[in-house]
Ligand binder design. Structure first.
Ligand SMILES: NC(=O)c1ccc[n+]([C@@H]2O[C@H](COP(=O)([O-])OP(=O)(O)OC[C@H]3O[C@@H](n4cnc5c(N)ncnc54)[C@H](OP(=O)(O)O)[C@@H]3O)[C@@H](O)[C@H]2O)c1
Length: 388
């Protein structure tokens, strides 16, 4: 049990750099010519032929919901080719984030903003083994276990047996940690680190709106690791989870009015992190509970086009015209290997615990997305990619 949750079965990494037994690995690692291939295996040519493809979930569009449009090509799909500055990671486990379906489901709006391939593989977060690295990559070694997130690019994601990444997207998996646990750190861990660390000092009070989801469970623990006093919100069923993660005070948003409860505390918070995007006017009333130098970090905005307009008005409307009266930062998570390494260190030290909502097998990715889209996940949803 952790944080009141039943933790699902996790993968342990056995370590080592074995390349025998799995043809998909063999073609990625430059076999020393002196090393004969095991006799029960195929020839090198047949290895390379087999390993040129991989299993990967794909979609062409997300009309009616991404989960309804995902397909797993029976013949496999091309394995990524890396550039001189990239690293090929054999994905052992991946984890889901709302952005994995939100961007594709925005259709034309997304296509106008970011290039999306005609056939895409979703997924950002992963933990796996370095299978190959480009000639200009001076860190990491083939066979090393790493974790991270594929942020800032789209279409060749982690719900595949291999992913090509830059070194900014990964950090070494700390000794003693488990694959499933590290698979879920990337995007949400980075988001919360980048939403909290720059804005607080030890002893500050912080309010995290939405403490029980993928972002929230990291946010509470990161704020505590930084020495902050944490108040958070969640539904009644998750109050004990948030307390178990270290929250000093938890507001059940279904039974109390969060804004009223915060106003009663006065201007005491140095930082508000909004993972829930609710209530809609949260930033505009935040001067009632943020200190005058405090910051409001918007991680999630209200849904739909109205949400877009809401964020735009938060950013642009001056306080004297009804806008917010505190510093406002719209969070856009970025790759950062140092931040990932810090998260890994805290996890190894036990300061940040992994909280897994559920673990799905690779063939069940559409079901994993259905679970994510309920909006009720307690922590991370993980997918086993590599077959045992
Ligand atoms: N800006 C960025 O760079 C960035 C990065 C990462 C994520 N995001 C966004 O952040 C949002 C949260 O991500 P996530 O991974 O945490 O999603 P998630 O795991 O799906 O979050 C689900 C959680 O949200 C909580 N929740 C729902 N409504 C709430 C409310 N009114 N008040 C408090 N909690 C509420 C639920 O708690 P209960 O079940 O207890 O109600 C549930 O535990 C998403 O919209 C995501 O797209 C943005």
């Amino acid at each position: 049990m952790a944080g009141g949750l039943r933790l699902p079965r996790r993968k342990r990494w056995s370590g080592g750099m074995t390349i025998s037994g799995d043809p998909t690995k063999a073609a990625n690692i430059d076999l020393p010519s002196s090393r004969p291939l095991p006799s029960h295996h195929h020839s090198r040519n047949s290895f390379e032929k087999m390993a040129a493809t991989m299993r990967a979930w794909q979609f062409k569009n997300a009309r009616g919901g991404l989960e309804k449009n995902l397909f797993l090509p029976a013949a496999g799909t091309s394995k990524p080719h890396i550039t001189d500055s990239q690293i090929l990671v054999e994905v052992h486990s991946a984890a889901l984030n709302p952005a994995d379906y939100k961007f594709p489901e925005m259709g034309m709006v997304t296509k106008a903003l970011i290039p999306i391939p005609a056939i895409s593989t979703p997924g950002m977060d992963f933990c796996g083994k370095v299978a190959e690295k480009g000639s200009k990559v001076d860190s990491f070694r083939v066979g090393e276990m790493v974790f991270g997130s594929y942020i800032g690019t789209f279409g060749h994601g982690s719900l595949a047996e291999y992913i090509a990444v830059s070194k900014e997207m990964i950090a070494p998996m700390p000794d003693g940690m488990q694959v499933d646990d590290m698979a879920g750190v990337g995007c949400t861990g980075l988001t919360m680190y980048q939403s909290i660390k720059p804005y607080v000092k030890e002893g500050d009070k912080i309010f995290i709106n939405g403490g029980s989801g993928g972002t929230g469970v990291f946010g509470i623990q990161i704020a505590k690791a930084l020495g902050c006093h944490v108040t958070t919100s969640c539904s009644g069923a998750n109050v004990e989870l948030c307390k178990g993660l270290g929250a000093d005070e938890v507001l059940d948003y279904k039974s109390v009015d969060v804004v009223t409860a915060l106003k009663e505390k006065g201007q005491v918070f140095s930082l508000v992190v909004d993972n829930a995007g609710s209530p809609r006017d949260f930033y505009k009333v935040s001067h009632n509970f943020l200190v005058p130098t405090g910051t409001f970090v918007q991680v999630s905005g209200p849904a739909g086009f109205g949400g877009f307009l809401n964020v735009a008005s938060n950013m642009l409307l001056p306080g004297f015209l009804g806008g917010g009266k505190r510093k406002y930062h719209m969070m856009m998570v970025k790759n950062n290997a140092e931040n990932l390494a810090q998260l890994g260190k805290w996890m190894q030290e036990g300061k940040v615990r992994p909280i897994l909502d559920s673990v799905f097998e690779f063939d069940d990715v559409p079901k994993a997305f259905e679970k994510l889209k309920t909006g009720r996940a307690k922590g991370k949803i993980v997918v086993h990619v590599k077959k045992e």
